[in-house]
Design a protein around this ligand. Structure first.
Ligand code: CR1
Length: 828
């Protein structure tokens, strides 16, 4: 450490955060000229974005340092949020708003000849996630920082985020998202933090001098993890937490034998292979694909993260049994479940802790969040794959399972079937490791992400575990969203209008303060301002559509939006069938009827997994319908259909504030929560939705009159599916007409849509036909109600006023209180 006399020099020159506009400009120019080695003569928007972000980044780092020092000296319990996905989007606007320096930077760059909006556009999205699960992690780390909890995120630094989507001839075409081309100013490489991670090899055991059996795992391939830190600034607080992302690098150990034998190239190639581990994000949402490289990613990330957490713990010189008093680890889905096994392995094999004591530490450390009940999304790794890649971990899993099953047998003697049902090892061929069961057994709390979902996991997929552990281990924490990004940043005008009534921006930290706008729901002046903002946001989206899709949309029409991953369970097919039905109806309308009709712009967006044929067919149909409808002169402004390509976080920030109605229409019981539903309502849009996921709690909060619900309930789904399977259920007559139109070739070669249509006419697993009439009825009501501008706007205001519950700050407080047992720390 630094000698006392030198410390004075350090203190004399301690760095300070820039204060006003001029200090910012000084920093900006310094970065243009030194960091970027450019000048006034060749500073374009990209360079200006880079210089501005360097200046802002410096500020974040200063706050980050203060926070980490404070957390270290306070020495309180921390939470570590392990997630394979962090769908962060852009960082610059968020960093400025959270640090409260947007006005000075905006003015600062304006003086220097730049528009802040142009600079913001230069930043590529950090798209290290697929959909809701990854975006939830991003909202959660924003909230952990904003509410002053000491907490880190741990993830992977993919070189390629979710693929870019283009539409060619109506089809989705993927291209790689190499987002690091111009380097990433928001990350700090920590080349000094390098952790060796081993794969493959073999196990052996021996008896040591104390007569203890010791297990060793050796002879494997070593790969190095290097840390990249991303500062996560809280809103209106100095607290700046850390998101640590791991990248894989070859180890320094290099195959010298090959090298000396003259095979230089192949020895280099070997070590390059290491880098592929963290190269690419798997592009599946709610789907398990069982690739070996994915399991490698999971272990690589988990091993590096645990090593890091343990290193930090060891510095406190506490006994192992206090580990859970210092460390809470949250498993974001089953992806990090190997952490349970890895911690047990470190404690037992490396640290000599007794098995039972170690297992106590493990189970008190972990919490597990389940995000889906869809069977195709549940991870099950084949035993032979495990055996080869992680032989010692498999042995430990067998032991965990043995002790668990012994415990179950004691509680429920002679229930052999129960034992088979709850075993971590599924007796299929080959045998499979059921990761969700391992996560439940290795955690002290298991939670679902909305009330219905948390009930469903208790009564369906994890029923036996409720019998074994009792109901207290299972709980609900309804998801939330950060109002900083989804209100203040995406919809600044609405945020400002709300602030004018609330009296401050405190609602961004305490979202329940939105209640204060409810008295203005019928105030004509407030309504006018509200409507004008919606119109502004619709014009902004219309400009985007004009630029990217090449046609005009009428901003007085009802904007009807469904943007999310394309998935049969989310039922975009039902939406587009509904659009076709609307098109056919308009075609038969008289001029008088047309005058009465509500004009609509139907907006779709979302990516399909590259290998998901049915989802890709849905995208093709949407684009085919769009082409026919938009070119039909009979239709005019009454209907336009838009597919917005490459839906991502920054597009969501433009699309969501522009919606009048958004659709969240999953088959009841399939969408665990949904979070975009919350974002739409928070921006003053109403929902057309099924009685599913968080729609149910949104209804409770905003009132039944301020949401359009339809469709069968979750409790009827099993029976309906059963009927389809065992008898011929007649197709909904309106849907039949839609299918006739498709089969007539109205939208091009009907063979393209053959399997899509027959998935509904056949077993109709997602109950499209069963819900279709109720869906059309709800749409009709939407058309009628939209005509009544006064009631529409008051419903919109009332809905927003009652959205306080859906702040991710509330969700984080619940996790902190009932799962993590952590306290906030103020950072001055
Ligand atoms: C769910 O499908 C939920 C998010 C976040 C998704 C969605 O309804 O809002 O999680 N699940 O909780 C998922 O990705 C692997 O499971």
């Amino acid at each position: 450490s630094i000698p006392a006399e030198s410390r004075q020099v350090w203190q004399k020159f301690g760095v300070k955060e820039f204060g006003g506009k001029e200090e910012f400009q000084q920093e900006f120019i310094r970065h243009v000229e030194t960091t970027l080695a450019r000048s006034i003569y060749n500073c374009d928007d990209l360079a200006a974005y880079q210089a501005a972000s360097q200046a802002i980044r410096d500020r974040l780092i200063i706050a980050w340092n203060k926070t980490q020092q404070k957390h270290t000296t306070k020495d309180q319990k921390r939470v570590y949020y392990l997630s394979l996905e962090f769908l962060m989007g852009r960082a610059m606007d968020n960093a400025m708003l959270n640090a409260g320096i947007k006005d000075i930077t905006k003015a600062g760059v304006a003086d220097l000849g730049f528009k802040i909006e142009d600079l913001l556009e230069q930043e590529p999205d950090a798209a290290l996630g697929n959909g809701g699960l990854g975006r939830l992690a991003a909202c959660f780390i924003d909230s952990i920082a904003s509410t002053n909890y000491p907490g880190w995120g741990y993830g992977l630094r993919y070189q390629y985020g979710i693929f870019k989507q283009r539409i060619v001839d109506g089809y989705q075409v993927e291209s790689p998202d190499y987002w690091l081309t111009f380097s990433n100013p928001w990350e700090i490489p920590r080349y000094e933090i390098q952790i060796d991670v081993m794969f493959y090899g073999y196990t052996r055991k021996y008896t040591n001098d104390d007569g203890k059996v010791v297990h060793v795992w050796e002879g494997g391939e070593q790969i190095q993890a290097v840390a990249y830190d991303v500062p996560v600034p809280g809103y209106g607080t100095e607290t700046t937490n850390n998101l640590r992302l791991w990248a894989s690098k070859p180890t320094r150990e290099f195959d010298f034998e090959k090298f000396n034998a003259g095979d230089y190239e192949s020895s280099v190639r070997e070590s390059q292979k290491a880098e592929t581990i963290s190269a690419v994000l798997y592009p599946n949402d709610n789907f398990y694909s069982g690739k070996e490289l994915r399991l490698k990613q999971q272990y690589f990330w988990v091993a590096a993260s645990l090593n890091d957490i343990i290193r930090r713990f060891k510095k406190t010189h506490r006994p192992w049994k206090e580990f859970p008093d210092q460390v809470a680890i949250q498993l974001n889905d089953t992806h990090p479940t190997l952490a349970v096994v890895e911690l047990q392995r470190i404690l037992v094999d490396m640290e000599g802790v007794e098995w039972d004591d170690a297992w106590n530490i493990v189970t008190n450390t972990f919490g597990y969040t389940n995000h889906t009940v869809l069977p195709e999304a549940l991870e099950k790794w084949p035993v032979p794959l495990f055996q080869n890649l992680l032989p010692r971990h498999l042995e430990i899993i067998y032991d965990i399972n043995l002790f668990f099953l012994q415990q179950v047998e004691k509680l429920f003697p002679k229930e052999r079937e129960l034992l088979a049902r709850v075993s971590i090892i599924e007796e299929s061929s080959p045998q499979q490791v059921r990761m969700a069961y391992l996560a439940i057994i290795g955690s002290h709390k298991v939670n679902g992400v909305a009330e219905l979902h948390s009930e469903l996991i208790k009564t369906t997929i994890f029923k036996d575990f409720v019998t074994i552990y009792g109901p207290d281990k299972f709980m609900n924490v309804t998801n939330g969203i950060t109002p900083r990004r989804w209100l203040h940043q995406a919809n600044p005008k609405l945020s400002n209008l709300i602030a004018s009534k609330v009296g401050s921006y405190d609602f961004l930290k305490d979202l329940n303060l939105l209640k204060k706008i409810e008295p203005f729901a019928h105030d004509p002046k407030f309504q006018d301002e509200w409507v004008a903002i919606k119109k502004f946001n619709k014009a902004r989206l219309a400009a985007h559509i004009k630029e990217h899709n090449g046609f005009d949309v009428n901003i007085d029409a009802l904007f009807d939006v469904q943007v999310k991953r394309i998935h049969e369970y989310k039922r975009q097919q039902m939406n587009i069938f509904g659009v076709i039905h609307r098109y056919l109806s308009i075609k038969t309308m008289t001029e008088e009827e047309k005058k009465e009709a509500t004009p609509r712009v139907c907006i779709f967006g979302g990516k399909s997994a590259p290998g998901y044929y049915m989802a890709k067919t849905i995208i093709k149909l949407i684009n085919a319908v769009s082409e026919v409808v938009n070119a039909d002169a009979d239709i005019g402004d009454l209907l336009k259909v838009v597919f917005i390509a490459d839906y991502n976080v920054s597009k969501a920030e433009i699309i969501i504030p522009a919606s009048d109605i958004s659709q969240h229409i999953s088959t009841a019981g399939t969408e665990a929560s949904g979070t975009s539903n919350m974002k739409f309502v928070l921006s003053g849009g109403l929902i057309l939705g099924t009685v599913d996921g968080a729609n149910i709690e949104i209804t409770r909060e905003v009132g039944e009159n301020n949401i359009f619900l339809f469709g069968h309930l979750a409790e009827s789904v099993e029976d309906l599916r059963h009927k389809h399977r065992f008898s011929k259920v007649p197709l909904d007559p309106n849907l039949e007409k839609v299918f006739e139109a498709i089969e007539s070739g109205m939208f091009g070669d009907h063979n393209i849509y053959g399997s899509l249509v027959s998935s509904v006419t056949g077993s109709d697993y997602y109950l499209v036909s069963d819900d279709f009439q109720s869906y059309l009825d709800a749409q009709k009501l939407v058309d009628q109600d939209f005509k009544n501008k006064d009631t529409w706007v008051s419903r919109s205001i009332t809905a927003v006023a009652n959205m306080g519950f859906f702040s991710s700050d509330r969700a984080i407080d619940e996790y902190a209180e009932s799962i993590w047992n952590i306290e906030p720390i103020a950072v001055e």
